[in-house]
Design a binder for this molecule. Sequence first.
Ligand code: ADE
Length: 239
Amino acid sequence: MTPLRIDILTTFPEVFSADPPAFLGASIPARARRAGLVEWRAFNLRDHTRDKHQKTDDRPFGGGPGMVMTCQPVWEAVHAVEAIDPRPATRILLTPQGRPLRQGLVEELAIKPRLLLIAGHYEGIDERVVERLKPQEVSIGDYVLSGGEAAALVLMDAVIRLLPGALGHEGSASEDSFSMLPGESIRLLDCPHYTKPREWMGMAVPGVLLSGDHGEIARWRLDQRRARTRERRPDLLNP
Ligand code: ADE
């Protein structure tokens, strides 16, 4: 299998470094990269500016606080980076105004051959380049980050762990929170988990988990998932 290719356009390429190990240099993304399931490369938007100060932003027309990223570096960087590889890239702009990143969208992205992530900064990017590039706009939640980099890392982590072979145990992603179980049409939260010792601070592990009855254990786990979802995230039950 050819690895999933992820290109990131950013003014902070060091955030995506795997060497020395930063966030993506540790744990599952690092292992997936070493196993050849994914490759990623960050490109500095400043390398695609035309002015001598390598400015990627300017003051907003109409006034107001903050800066706006200019069209030209984003436009040229997208085309230069896309030309490196003939496979079509799914363009994604990380922005709080985007489609919420949920597991269903993560699953859609994990089967693409190539992703191009654009991490915006400042007050956002000039709307005209968004209109022309037509990226999917994606938000990781209803809060504002100081830039799209942290959002891009979140998206990458969520996508990479779904690549076949990324997790040690093949079944584990399909039983996570928000995964759709076979025969279910809704996404449930995960059930509680326990490990040794059997008793800790006077608290015993639920007996069913020690029973060795796999059918009974599966039923208990599903009941727990349903009960937790009802209690904590009733919105998930009426998608
Ligand atoms: N950039 C700033 N805030 C963001 C968010 N919540 N999601 C994605 N990109 C962002």
